[in-house]
Design a protein around this ligand. Structure first.
Ligand code: ADE
Length: 258
């Protein structure tokens, strides 16, 4: 059964790009079910208000709890039913959908997070705006979902929508069948904790810049070794933190000479 992602936002039109390109095609092919929900449907006043002033004072507005509870309850009602036998070994906790709350105060999203998301059956993304969502929503939701606040990085966006677009794209492309050639997933940046090697195409000399000679040699073992060296050099130069984070044994003796 294909995974289901629900996105709740006050700007559903912000998520329109998820209709396009690879993710749009995956949806059409039935590899991913994606539903975008307007939080304002659950507002009760004429102005469809979803925010209010913060208790204790301070700048900005806070998202009210009740519209969120109702929107999240709807995603639970629409949750995909487990297939017979499929979840037999899961406890009740593991069967709860994942509730991803984008926030600069969350744990940082990485390729490992994308891989974990791609294994989920049902993810609900709750896009906050303003100063955030009333904290009690997360306490309430923790009894119904596995709640994870997730940050795209150490900077502040205006809301969760852009973060959700990045997370959905990074996760959905790892769902089996979404990318035509799964080998491209093996070689890309971050797949093995290193940055990707540089790539070249025709012409072999372009504006006096030649392609590295080894790529024209036809010697596949040499090319593989050279590409590995380029990956290591590039990662050392641009992201030494990734080298420090490699698991023990990730580098062989030849790698360490680079
Ligand atoms: N909302 C605002 N800033 C954010 C960030 N850095 N990551 C995720 N969601 C956010």
């Amino acid at each position: 059964m294909s995974p289901r992602y629900d996105v709740v936002s006050i700007f559903p039109e912000y998520l329109a790009p998820l209709e396009l390109s690879l993710i749009g095609k995956a949806r059409q092919a039935g590899l991913l079910e994606l539903s975008i929900q307007d939080l304002r449907e659950f507002a009760t006043d004429r102005h469809r208000t979803v925010d209010d002033t913060p208790y204790g004072g301070g700048a900005g507005m806070v998202m009210k709890p009740e519209p969120w509870a109702q929107a999240l309850e709807r995603t639970l009602r629409e949750a995909p039913a487990p297939e017979p036998g499929e979840d037999a070994f899961l406890d009740a906790e593991s069967r709860r959908p994942l509730l991803v709350v984008p926030s600069p105060a969350g744990q940082v999203f990485t390729q490992r997070t994308a891989e974990a998301f791609a294994r989920e059956r049902h993810i609900v993304f709750a896009c906050g705006r303003y100063e955030g969502i009333d904290e009690r929503v997360l306490d309430w939701a923790a009894e119904r979902f596995r709640v994870v606040p997730v940050s795209l990085g150490d900077y502040v966006l205006n809301g969760g929508e852009v973060a959700v677009m990045a997370m959905v794209e990074a996760a959905a492309r790892l769902i089996p069948g979404v990318i035509g050639n799964p080998e491209s997933l093996v070689e890309e940046s971050h797949a093995a904790g290193l940055l990707e090697y540089p790539v070249y195409t025709k012409p072999s000399v372009w504006r006096e810049h030649p392609v590295p000679e080894v790529l024209l040699s036809g010697n596949h073992a040499r090319i593989a070794r050279e590409r590995r060296d380029w990956q290591l050099e590039r990662t050392c130069r641009r992201r030494p933190d990734l080298i420090d984070a490699l698991p023990p044994g990730a580098l062989d003796r030849r790698d360490r000479e680079v």
